[in-house]
Design a binder for this molecule. Structure first.
Ligand SMILES: [Zn+2]
Ligand SMILES: [Zn+2]
Length: 268
């Protein structure tokens, strides 16, 4: 029996979470689809999963090794904010998750504000229809840029490897969840969005209108947007056109990845 049940270790738990959540989201989107597809569902999934695989191979391995090295060093040397606070594990974990989520919020706003970074982040926004795989659609250039933002902060925070792992697992569930091609009923969306980013909440961030696309930046906890006044409380998401400005629908993989290098990327 054991031979058929691979052991879940720290090393493969990310892949396990990724696959299990993807299967669950895929089934939910199949049973409760929200918007009509403008291209083959499989072609859309294939394009975004290809981007995710490139990211995993080029970025995931380097980032993983860097995180391991930094968290080992800060743990051995008791360096950084968390070791100096001397919190018990549950408190350290809770505070780590809140701070790491705030860091992602700040990074996301930065991606929208700095023109060079926006060129790369636009790859996420030009997806002309959303499904859970849109949550994996980030240009590898954006991923590498994020490393230079996050790694020094991990070092200064002295965040533990296990706390980072728990937060990464939460992101592996929350990011595809927020992009699902599904509309939650109001009775479920209203209490959920008070704390967490829901598919209804994140649809607004994928509006083709710049004012709406440059709002609702939160990734997991939704309260950052309310706190920093970047929240657009729009609920009629069936009327939102997904994409950005008039960028071509269903762009090919090659064109999508070359997008940051276009001369006139913001004009059609
Ligand atoms: Zn964005
Ligand atoms: Zn998104």
């Amino acid at each position: 029996m054991k031979a058929f049940m691979p052991e879940i270790t720290r090393e493969n738990i990310r892949l396990f979470t990724y696959i299990v959540s993807a299967i669950i989201f895929f089934l939910f989107e199949t049973v409760f689809p929200f918007k009509e597809h403008t291209e083959s569902r499989w072609r859309h999934i294939g394009r975004n999963v290809s981007i995710a695989i490139v990211n995993g191979l080029l970025y995931g391995i380097i980032f993983g090794l860097a995180v391991q090295w930094i968290t080992d060093w800060t743990a051995v040397n008791a360096f950084g904010l968390f070791p100096s606070l001397g919190l018990s594990w549950p408190w350290e974990l809770a505070l780590s998750i809140i701070i790491l989520d705030a860091v992602i919020y700040i990074w996301h706003v930065t991606l929208h504000k700095i023109p060079l970074l926006w060129r790369f982040h636009l790859v996420h926004h030009v997806d002309s229809r959303l499904d859970f795989t849109s949550g994996f659609r980030f240009h590898v250039g954006e991923m590498f840029a994020s490393m230079f933002f996050h790694l020094p902060l991990y070092f200064l925070l002295g965040v533990s490897f296990d706390a980072l792992l728990v937060y990464q697992l939460l992101l592996l569930v929350f990011t595809p969840f927020a992009h699902m091609n599904m509309k939650l009923p109001g009775w479920l969306d209203t209490p959920l969005r008070f704390i967490f980013v829901t598919p209804n909440y994140h649809q607004v961030h994928h509006s083709h209108k710049p004012l709406e696309a440059h709002s609702n930046y939160s990734t997991m906890f939704s309260f950052w947007d309310r706190l920093f006044r970047t929240y657009t409380p729009r609920r009629d998401i069936e009327n939102i056109r997904t994409g950005y400005l008039s960028f071509e629908k269903n762009m090919s993989l090659k064109k999508t990845l070359s997008l940051p290098f276009w001369k006139r990327y913001d004009q059609q």
